[in-house]
Write a new protein. Structure first.
Length: 405
């Protein structure tokens, strides 16, 4: 008998999402009755605002929503996204330049598929969201990491990008506010990067899903607002998940030049067709409705941000840059590595990487964090503060006790 043909080599090389993996492990331990506190998932703990849920319930009663609708999205939602893009990103676009996707992840995937050719190099500022390098590889591109540490507030410079550029460089990933670091580029920094990309004809894929979650009076300036001329080589990706506590509704979108959107739309017509119509109706309500509850959630994140930074900073060996966006803190834990710590069973443990440190923290303090290896170099951990206030404080206090000297 002939041996079965092999599985896809391309897919076999793709790693599981590290953030979802850690979160799944934490949930499994909770199911076993262990009091695990997880900072792993980037998911607001709030319920979706009721008026959005009501819009979905109303949509369920309309038989028109039981049918196929245009693959790029409901016209009313694309119009709402166009209005939001003008309002928050400063870019006036036609609804025909928008595709509604199954969450922001699909828009990221399709954006790379639209502008990356085999062997193209994609500059990927690190720390980066764990999905980006895998999505680049699925487009047959080559991710090129450009690292900025805590001393740079995790923000790359034009000089670093230029040093990494080669004749094969065709795309730059730009994320502000950042997942995993919470860093926000200033308007001046954003403009300088946009000018550099424009000069060299480099596409920008700009992930703006956290653009409405900023603090301390900071504003997330879109690359197309900082430099309108770069819009012709920029794809914006976004969604309702984070701002409106709608992670499970799976509604995202991509905005870009007509030619790029056209081929991405062709892909989606074969890949998924239209996004769930009821969820699209809910997203219309979210974007067009009152923003009061979204603002209340932002204020809660701000309060939690200040609390977690203050409490983590009490741990000797941690460097904790102050994030001004998203809902993550990204401590530099190199000061905890190479040191010997006491385990509950009396043994001694000396973690040398952030991966080993994260395992030690989960085993000893029953706190789940994501190690820096998921986002780039070792020596860091990501902690989401999108969880309840009491759990947030309890988890950090466990770390304080674990690393007391």
């Amino acid at each position: 008998m002939t041996e079965r043909a092999p599985l896809s080599r391309k897919l076999s090389a793709i790693a599981e999402s590290a953030t979802l993996k850690v979160d799944a492990k934490a949930k499994a331990l909770k199911a076993e009755g262990k009091p695990v506190i997880s900072y792993a998932a980037g998911e607001p703990d709030f319920a979706t605002p009721q008026f959005i849920v009501d819009a979905a319930a109303e949509a369920l009663a309309d038989p028109a929503n039981y049918r196929y609708t245009p693959a790029p999205g409901l016209p009313a939602l694309r119009e709402a996204i166009a209005a939001k893009t003008l309002r928050d990103s400063g870019l006036e676009v036609s609804p025909s330049q928008i595709i509604v996707t199954n969450g922001g992840k699909q828009s990221v995937y399709q954006a790379f598929q639209a502008v990356v050719n085999p062997g193209d190099e994609v500059l990927l500022p690190a720390p980066y969201w764990t999905t980006y390098p895998e999505a680049i590889r699925l487009a047959d591109g080559v991710p090129v990491e450009v690292f900025a540490g805590a001393d740079q507030e995790y923000k790359v410079t034009v000089e670093q990008l230029e040093a990494a550029r080669t004749p094969r460089t065709t795309v730059l990933v730009f994320v502000s506010p950042s997942n995993p670091t919470g860093s926000v580029y200033s308007a001046e920094e954003t403009k300088a990067i946009a000018e550099w990309a424009l000069e060299h004809g480099i596409w920008i894929i700009s992930d703006e899903i956290y653009q409405n979650l900023t603090y301390d009076g900071v504003k997330a300036t879109s690359v197309v607002q900082a430099l309108p001329e770069v819009a012709g080589q920029t794809i914006l990706v976004n969604g309702v998940a984070k701002t409106y506590a709608m992670t499970g509704w799976r509604v995202g979108w991509m905005v870009g030049p007509a030619d790029a959107i056209k081929i991405a739309g062709n892909l989606q017509s074969h890949l998924t067709s239209n996004v769930n119509n009821v969820a699209q109706k809910a997203a219309i309500a979210a974007l067009n409705g009152p923003q009061t509850e979204a603002e209340q959630m932002r204020e809660a994140f701000d309060r939690r941000r200040r609390l977690i930074v203050s409490e983590l900073s009490k741990i000797d060996g941690l460097v904790v840059p102050n994030p001004t966006g998203a809902f993550y803190v990204y401590p530099d834990v190199q000061g905890l590595l190479g040191r010997t710590w006491q385990a509950k069973d009396g043994s001694s443990v000396t973690p040398t990487t952030s991966l080993e440190l994260a395992d030690f923290i989960l085993d000893q303090a029953e706190v789940a964090v994501v190690p820096g290896e998921a986002f780039g170099p070792s020596g860091y951990i990501r902690m989401s503060y999108a969880l309840g206030d009491d759990a947030l404080l309890e988890g950090v206090q466990r770390l304080q006790r674990l690393f007391a000297v």
